[in-house]
Design a protein around this ligand. Structure first.
Ligand code: GDP
Ligand code: IMO
Ligand code: MG
Length: 429
């Protein structure tokens, strides 16, 4: 029953796509279970780069079943575009399965996301404006439209009409903008239904059967721990649960089905969007890391804010997701850095904080306590075994491991599939 959950341990963009793609070599099923096309997972195979937003990063392996689980919010327009994009790159997508229970992102969700961000002005969240928040709001309000509804013309028509009544009311009377036309959305969405209906299934059954047969199942998280609706830096978070527990709800499996949880950790920290970031580097060092690490958003192209590695965050991620091991990515980005800092704690009001604070006001006033380490100043991108890594790189990894109390299983030293050092095997066979 080898079911492995892979999550982002920071603010997203840790390299989950790359690690998922690497582990998918041995996986029979790869499942996305939360988020939507706010995610941007980059996978590099040979000299080809793939940017995936909705479809699991296991899709590049023929024969691997890929699942978009019930916990994902699906913009069918984006899904159809992504399927076409993969086909244009000669990737077979027949093995994709889409949950009947997943909720749909509708055009009014995207519009409301944009309008709310504009209304909030300087207090904006900095969302990806893909309609994620409003779609999850409708799910929680029990008015959302699911994939299964889209496949039933009458049901879809009725639910769309009902939703448009209230959404157009809101758009026209509160936001004072034009509402949406029923017929336009209805025919556009039925067009998408035609294109995806053969892929729609009760995906919980597929995953359950695979686990029953002893197959390897990999759950690919999107976003990161600090963007979690409950555990993240609220309100500067996304509207789903990037922590490991969400894999069960978002895929339809039980906690007893999960055998391992891996946290993907970037060798430094980045964040897109607004909100406090204690180890942020706003000067030259931040620019250097951004340039070497190509830290620009996969989904929105926004420059990512960069900073030193923060072990307070990582200890927190280890706790809330029950991490068994971590995969450290982008170690190579630090190859040219002479002195590397690690945040080992926070100082607040003259006292050291033991745990990651809930209050954003407190977090904004936390001063990182740093340890400084000598860099290795050597190219690591060609290294394929742990022993070959420069001594100072090993010291950096070992210090992180000790500070967070979780072992390192994988080290990535470049975006390509082969630029991966395995310390601990995740799937035995
Ligand atoms: P995700 O959202 O967690 O999947 O991460 P993104 O794909 O948004 O961002 C990670 C970026 O770093 C991508 O462009 C990857 O190709 C790249 N990447 C992943 N691992 C490594 C690594 O070890 N070294 C370098 N240099 N780039 C990496
Ligand atoms: P991957 O899976 C980084 C951020 C947005 C914003 C906040 C809310 O590639 O790691 P949303 O559109 O979700 O309502 O935006 O969450 N965000 C991400 N940041 N990586 C992501 O995904 C993200 N998905 C959302 O920038 O701050
Ligand atoms: Mg990303």
């Amino acid at each position: 029953m080898p079911a492995v959950v892979l999550i982002g341990a920071q603010w997203g963009d840790e390299g989950k796509g790359k690690i998922t793609d690497y582990l998918a070599q041995r996986a029979d099923v790869v499942v996305r279970y939360q988020g939507g096309n706010n995610a941007g997972h980059t996978v590099v195979v040979g000299d080809q780069e793939f940017k995936l937003h909705l479809i699991p990063s296991g899709i590049l392996y023929p024969g691997t079943t890929c699942v978009i689980g019930n916990g994902v919010v699906i913009d069918p327009k984006v899904l159809v575009k992504e399927l076409d994009y993969l086909k244009s790159k000669n990737i077979n997508t027949d093995s994709l399965r889409i949950s009947e229970r997943a909720h749909l992102i509708m055009p009014y969700h995207i519009r409301l996301d944009e309008l709310e961000e504009e209304r909030k002005g300087i207090n904006k969240i900095g969302t990806t404006r893909k309609g994620i928040g409003p779609a999850y709001m409708d799910k929680a309000a029990r008015v959302g439209i699911r994939v299964i509804d889209l496949l039933d013309k009458d049901e879809f028509s009725e639910k769309l009409k009902r939703n448009l009544q209230s959404k157009n009311n809101l758009l026209e009377r509160v936001y004072e903008v034009k509402g949406f036309d029923f017929q336009e959305i209805y025919s556009e969405y039925l067009g998408y239904a035609e294109k995806i209906k053969h892929l729609v299934a009760d995906t919980s059954v597929i995953i359950h059967d695979a686990l029953d047969e002893g197959k390897n199942v990999l759950f690919e998280g999107a976003q990161g721990t600090l963007l979690d609706l409950d555990h993240g830096t609220f309100p500067y978070v996304t509207s789903s649960h990037p922590v490991a527990g969400a894999a069960c709800i978002g895929a339809g499996v039980g906690p007893t089905d999960i055998s391992k949880v891996i946290g993907v950790v970037k060798a430094y920290t980045t964040r897109v969007g607004e909100g406090p970031f204690p180890t942020e580097l706003t000067g030259e060092m931040g620019d250097l890391i951004r340039n070497i690490g190509h830290e620009y958003g996969t989904t929105t192209g926004r420059p990512r804010r960069c900073g030193w590695l923060d072990c307070v965050i990582l200890r927190y991620a280890a706790r809330v997701s029950g991490l068994d091991s971590i995969a450290i990515t982008k170690l190579d980005v630090l190859d040219q850095v002479e002195k590397i800092k690690i945040c080992v704690g926070y100082k607040y009001n003259g006292q050291e904080l033991r745990n990651f604070p809930s209050s954003l006001k407190v977090l904004a006033q936390c001063e990182p306590i740093y340890e400084e380490m000598d860099g290795w100043l050597e190219d690591t991108t060609h290294i394929r075994s742990y022993d070959e890594l420069p001594e100072n790189a090993k010291k950096y990894i070992e210090r992180i491991t000790r500070l967070i109390g979780v072992k390192s299983a994988i080290i990535a030293v470049g975006p390509k599939r082969e630029q991966t050092i395995v310390i601990d095997t995740i799937f035995e066979s």
